[in-house]
Ligand binder design. Structure first.
Ligand code: HEC
Length: 148
């Protein structure tokens, strides 16, 4: 991969990661709360690896690998957490999720696959992995999360 391409991928990754970190007000519906908590876990772990990608935190291959593993494990639970339709005034979930739950599930699986196969052995590899993971966040949020 050329340096120029690496830079583009990295910039994209960081923008994608930053866009996913906005925190909504707390929901009261227990099912909505549970799925938002799962997203917060994913968001927190994504932030820790995105901070390394940005140089805001020291590169730590072991910590980054652990964060990616938590993202993959949590992504595995996402379809189950969303399957039963639940609503709350503080939810940012779009009703389209339940119009095409198969597509929503595929987007969860894409996140699980990207996080599960993430290479955190070097800072360059981490930056690429953050890009790959960030793309899957964006792909789902674009379709299924209300922008605010
Ligand atoms: C399969 C779809 C999907 C994927 C993949 C996904 N998200 Fe989400 N995310 C959602 C939906 C839907 C919501 C809104 C949930 C609600 O408010 O009911 C959400 C909400 C969030 C929230 C706000 C949680 C809160 O406190 O309300 C954060 C933070 C977040 N996602 C981060 C991420 C990050 C980071 C990634 C990628 C590493 C990611 N998400 C991948 C669907 C997804």
């Amino acid at each position: 991969m050329t340096t120029r391409r690496m830079t583009r991928v990295t910039i994209f990754a960081l923008a994608a990661a930053a866009a996913t970190l906005a925190h909504a007000a707390d929901a009261t519906d227990p099912a909505v709360k549970a799925r938002q908590e799962a997203m917060e876990t994913i968001g927190k772990n994504m932030k820790s690896i995105a901070d390394m990608a940005k140089g805001k935190a020291d590169f730590d291959a072991q910590a980054a690998g652990a964060a990616a593993a938590v993202i993959a494990e949590t992504a595995d639970k996402v379809p189950g957490l969303f399957e039963t339709r639940a609503d709350d005034p503080e939810s940012e979930a779009k009703p389209a999720i339940w119009d095409d739950f198969g597509d929503f599930t595929e987007k969860s699986e894409a996140l699980q696959a990207a996080a599960g196969s993430a290479d955190m052995a070097s800072l360059d590899a981490l930056r690429n992995s953050v890009g790959e993971i960030g793309r899957t966040c964006k792909s789902c949020h674009d379709d299924y999360r209300v922008k605010n």
